[in-house]
Design a protein. Structure first.
Length: 296
């Protein structure tokens, strides 16, 4: 009799061990399937056939959650696309009336009947119109960049020549802004892989940031490894948060409370990403440095 009981216990233990082994195997399968689903952006369900009803129900619950998450993702994408389209349309529609307003103000400014105070206020209105146009242009550019998912064809670019061209084209702006430039070029010609128009737009936004927030000078340096550095001093206590510097609409402290929508550096980040380049900022004492690393 004891032999029968021992045999039954042994069989029971074996059955339990087999069940536990199979259960662990199925859990590993679920884990592997979840990893594959995550890699595909949750656009696939967990694909398994399980022997236990309870574990099957867990897998079904996971699939229901994945389906729900996919629906939320699609709704979010539709909302973002609608918002980008609305921003683009509004920004585009603002361009014409702003141009008309500026033209009319310029005609008024030429009038000989204006007294000094009136002319002063007209000049202020013209400047504010320019700011509004610059902001609408930034919103339009942002909407276009975020909605464009096409790949950028990278080409070999003479970065040394492109940088010298940029400096020559913007010499007037630099002088009018009262900035003292320090241009540093390497002894050898530097080539990078990128898009010429994108790089020029990045340089323009970086210079615009310097014009707004620099304390009288800036350094534009091209390194032999293709790294581009734009550096400028900032006032004491007004150093920006470099962790948030490239976020959309970042205007986190008094160092970034000038005019504009706070989109310039965010657009720089988008353009760099499209070229598979890396852009980041750092502060050394009271100097803000923005680095752009491009492939060579």
């Amino acid at each position: 009799m004891w032999a029968v009981i021992a045999l039954l216990l042994a069989v029971t233990v074996i059955i339990l061990l087999v069940y536990i082994f199979n259960m662990k195997k199925q859990l590993r399968t679920i884990s592997s399937e979840l990893d594959k689903t995550a890699e595909n952006g949750y656009d696939r369900l967990v694909r398994i056939s399980l022997f236990d009803e309870d574990v099957n129900e867990v897998a079904s619950a996971v699939n229901r959650e994945i389906t729900h998450r996919k629906q939320l993702k699609m709704e979010l994408q539709r909302t973002e696309e609608s918002l980008r389209s609305a921003v683009s349309d509004i920004a585009h529609d603002l361009r014409t009336p702003l141009s008309v307003v500026k033209g009319d103000l310029q005609l008024i400014a030429r009038s000989d009947t204006l007294d000094a105070d009136s002319r002063h206020y007209v000049d202020i209105c013209i400047a504010k119109t320019d700011e509004m146009k610059a902001m609408s242009d930034s919103f339009f550019e942002l909407a276009v960049l975020e909605s464009d998912t096409s790949l950028v064809e990278l080409k070999k670019i003479n970065m040394t020549n492109l940088l010298m061209q940029f400096i020559a084209e913007n010499e007037g702006l630099i002088r009018l802004s009262g900035l003292e430039p320090d241009i540093v070029l390497p002894p050898k010609t530097v080539f990078v892989m990128g898009d010429e128009q994108f790089i020029m737009r990045i340089l323009g936004n970086l210079l615009g940031n310097v014009v707004k927030y620099s304390c009288g000078s800036f350094r534009l340096e091209l390194c032999i490894d293709g790294r581009l550095i734009m550096a400028n001093p900032v006032p004491d206590g007004q150093v920006p948060d470099t962790e948030q510097l490239f976020e959309r609409m970042y205007r986190g402290n008094s160092a970034r409370q000038g005019s504009g929508a706070g989109l310039g550096l965010h657009i720089v980040k988008l353009l760099a990403d499209k070229m598979q380049a890396k852009v980041y900022g750092e502060t050394v004492e009271n100097e803000l440095r923005i680095m752009l690393e491009m492939k060579q």
